[in-house]
Each structure stands twice: as C-alpha cells, then as structure tokens.
Design a protein around this ligand. Structure first.
Ligand SMILES: [Zn+2]
Length: 310
C-alpha cells in the first residue's frame, strides 16, 4: 500500500514535470497574417494636442502611413500605473485592482488581478518583452510572462528615454520578440517639473520623437519593420503640473497604429460611434495575435483601423 501510494505520487509528479517541459503549442492562427509582431509604445503623459504641436517627424510619418485618433481616452483616474495596467489587461482599474502609482514595499509582489496581454501571448507560445522607464512597472513583470525585460532596479527609480530606447533596440535586434511593450517616461517627468503644454515639455516630446525614430530604425535593421504593427499611445495627458481624475486634459490620449494591413492616413474620428479607449490596446493586440477576446474585457479591437479586418 505504501509503495503504491509513492508510485502514484511519482507518476503525478512526472506528469506535471512532463507537461511543464513539453514544447510550446503552435502559435494561434492570426486574422491578419502580415502582422507577425506587435510593438506597443506608450509615451507617458503625451497629451494629444501637445504631440500635434511638436515638431515630430516620426509621428507625422506614422500618421501618413497609419490609422489614428487624437481623441482616445484613458482611465478615469488618469495616473500612470493603473492606466498602463488597463492598457495591457483590457479592463478598467476596478477589475485589475492596481490602484496605486508607486513602488510599495509589499512583502510579496502584487500583480494585476487579470493577466496582461504579455502573459496571454506568452502562454500561447509567443515571445514577449517589456522595457519601461519606471521601476513601478515591476507590477507587470509577473514571473514567467516576459522573456526579456528591462526595468530600473531600485525602488521608485526612473531612467530616461535614451536608455529606454537603447534597451528596446537591444532586445529588438537580438531577439525580434513577437510582442514588445515600451514605456518612455520623460514627457511626464518634464510635465511635472515645468508644466503640460510648456515649451520644455514640447522639447521633451520632440526628443521622444527622435527616440521613436531610433526604435523604427532598429525594426528595419532586424528585418521586421514590414511585419510589425506599432501602436503609439499614452497613459494620460495632464494640465498644470499634474494629471488626474476625470479632467479632459488628462483623459485624452493619442492612439496611432501603423504597419501592414493598417489603413493609411485614416482618422478614426470619421466614425461617429467609435471611441477608442486605452483598454482597446490590449483587445486589439489579442485579436492580432489570434488570442481570444475575454468575456471580462472592457476593451474591444479597433477593427476600423485595419483593411479587410471583417
Ligand atoms: Zn505623471
């Protein structure tokens, strides 16, 4: 009896080990096969009108080649970590339960109550990566969900846009990940120091445009530019020296998609009933990667940005 119990336990352990070490299943079938990679780029604090006022040639070329709205909306709280978590989980903060906006000295790490799109993609056999300029994004770095990660190491630490771009470029060129999330922090930092809409912030936006150009050049060098969908968006805007609850200047964000199968120079505000929301970034990415639309999602795919989407 004792031996048979041990045998059963051994069999169960071996089965679990075998399941964990079996090769990943084939990737899902994608609805728009020309899109093999997705890069989500969030420029922290990028208010749409500030982006349009800036001299940002990379953004201009994205608009010529892509579909866009400068009236997309972020979460009502309009702060960095809850809003980014909604962007990548497809749900409002009440569902993902990341309500705070700093590194907290939890004894155990706390992750969103709903999986990130990186986690869902990883489980489906995709390679995933994240490069973020603020250490609090560790809340999105659940073990086993990201193949390649760069985050500032110390509590409540931040690095500048140039380092973020450098790290993203390294990952793109070395690994060509299927899904990459990039967070640029400087526009928000300068907004808090000098004001949203200030000339110093405009300079930070223009500098961010140069980093975007470097990221696009790295997609070229990696040979994946023509198979990559890039979504450029933000977590919130701002007013004065801050951003926050349900102020229109904080809630509006840009949402620009560029890549194969995307409509060219297409302003999504032509569609009166379409309001793009930050949760739609997750839903759109899931759709493009052939992942299911979860019934709990608050976001939906922005089908209208794509040719022959349905
Ligand atoms: Zn901020």
């Amino acid at each position: 009896m004792r031996y048979s119990l041990i045998s059963v336990l051994w069999f169960l352990c071996a089965s679990v080990w075998g399941a964990e070490n079996s090769p990943p299943a084939a990737k899902p079938v994608r609805p728009l096969p020309a899109i093999e990679h997705v890069v989500i780029i969030s420029v922290d604090g990028l208010r749409p009108d500030c982006a349009l006022l800036a001299d940002m040639p990379t953004l201009r070329s994205m608009l010529r080649d892509g579909a866009y709205t400068f009236w997309a909306k972020t979460t009502a709280v309009s702060i960095t970590l809850p809003s980014h978590t909604s962007m990548v989980t497809g749900v409002v903060p009440q569902k993902h339960a990341i309500h705070w906006n700093e590194d907290l000295p939890f004894s155990e790490p706390v992750y969103p109550k709903k999986p990130t799109v990186m986690e869902m993609a990883k489980q489906a056999g995709y390679t995933t990566a994240m490069v973020a300029g603020k250490s609090k994004f560790s809340a999105l770095n659940k073990p086993g969900t990201l193949d390649y990660v760069f985050l500032p190491a110390a509590l409540n630490a931040k690095v500048g846009n140039a380092i973020v771009a450098d790290e993203a470029i390294k990952i793109i060129e070395a690994h060509k990940p299927d899904l990459l999330f990039i967070h640029f922090p400087d526009v928000d930092s300068v907004g808090h120091a000098k004001g949203w809409g200030s000339h110093p912030q405009r300079a930070a936006i223009e500098q961010t445009g140069k980093e975007l150009a470097r990221v696009f050049a790295s997609l070229d060098r990696a040979g994946i530019r023509n198979s990559t969908l890039v979504i450029l968006t933000a977590d919130h805007g701002g007013q004065g020296l801050t951003h926050g609850v349900d102020d229109a200047r904080s809630r509006h964000i840009p949402w620009v998609a560029v890549g194969p199968s995307v409509k060219k120079d297409y302003d999504l505000t032509q569609l009166a009933s379409l309001e793009v929301r930050t949760e739609d970034t997750c839903a759109t990415t899931c759709w493009l990667l052939g992942l299911p639309q979860k019934d709990y999602f608050d976001g939906k795919p922005v089908y209208d940005a794509f040719e022959k989407a349905r």
